[in-house]
Design a protein around this ligand. Sequence first.
Ligand code: GH3
Ligand code: MG
Ligand code: MG
Length: 433
Amino acid sequence: MEAWRKGMLKSLFVPGGVLLLIAVMLLQGGLLPISASAVAFYYFAAFAAGALLAWRFHSSQILFALLFIFLAHRALEFFSAGHPVSIGPGRIAFEAIAFLLPINLVFLLLSRERGLQLPAILPRLGSLFLQSVFVAVICRPGSVKAPFPLHVELFSHAWFRWTPIPQLSLLILLGAVILSLVRLFQHGKPVDGGFLWTTLAVFAALQSGAVGKVATAYWATAGLVLLSSIIETSYTIAYHDELTNLPGRRAFNDALLRLEKPYTVAAVDIDHFKSVNDTYGHDIGDEVLRMVASRLARVTGGGTAYRVGGEEFTVLFPGRSVKHVASHLEDLRVAVENSVFRFRGGQERRSAARGPDRRTAARKKNAQPSRDVYRDGLSVTVSIGVAEATAPMLEPEQVIKAADKALYRAKKSGRNRIEQAGNTRTRAKQSIA
Ligand code: GH3
Ligand code: MG
Ligand code: MG
């Protein structure tokens, strides 16, 4: 649970929150005198690099968010001639953009990523064009006030003296923040965190008058946050297994480089997993893998679980000896054993096993799931081999090999149990019902 909270907090604040915090400290705290040319460089670099990355990673969501933010700021600069104004086209542009931009961000956040195919980008380009025409029309020279809805007062005027942002826009910005927070907690995707902190950076930019040095730095930060969410996404793809969301083989290899004695390695393998696939089909097999992975992700005792192969996992316990982790591994084994995986339409799914899978099952006489199937659910068990780094086994490869050997012994002696390297005694003997 603790690890889950830590991971959630991290994906909430890193990197968007940290970037915005640094921007606020530099810009509001005056820690560092920043020249206008440095801000201009930051601004163009953030948007250009962001657009380049979004294009290479086929993210129309991010590309259009960057485009909307960039064009919104360009329009504000244009209509207010570079300094905040409280009347005329400059103010109208401010009210229109404070209203439209957060709505566009919400739409982009809710839209499904369909890459940079023409059918996906055409409607967005069309909407961008229509909005540009709308802004140009209401901001034409001589206009004094924006259309009424843009500055409608829903609450007492006195409450909003602190901000130049119209009430309705504040509400939409708040809605966008809440929505991205909800999505972040639902999916935990870096893009959701990106939209959250970008919306807040847009708020900071509007709050600082939308034009001028400080505001420009906030617009640039909005771009940088989106850019960093692309980097974060590609990191997640490279280091996490897509099916189970556990860190994958690359993350495991990375962790091995950083390991220092003492540490313990546990090799975990699902029992009779092939027969789960054969009996219920590959999709249910995948679901079961996900379920087991979610138990592994919550392993206690300072361990981190990695998906190193198909249905093979490794838990690393840096700084721990086998003695320290034994009870935690036992808790893990029991947690998997007691988890009943439920799915709808068990019988239909059962007949879904096709082709070679089914033939293999028919041929293999003793192919049966490790646990009996409950009405609409099944449960699986895992075997665990555990080894710690002690002389003469000092290299991670040796420790992993020893853990694998112990795992093999656990399989041999009946499965659903934990075996320790160099110890022939069964540590947690459990008979399979
Ligand atoms: P044992 O108790 O000896 O480990 O038996 P087992 O059936 O689990 O043994 P084995 O390691 O031979 O089987 C692993 C199976 O896991 C084979 C493969 O079909 C299945 N598998 C590997 N990766 C995936 C995956 O991503 N999804 C699904 N559904 N099945 C997978
Ligand atoms: Mg297995
Ligand atoms: Mg296996």
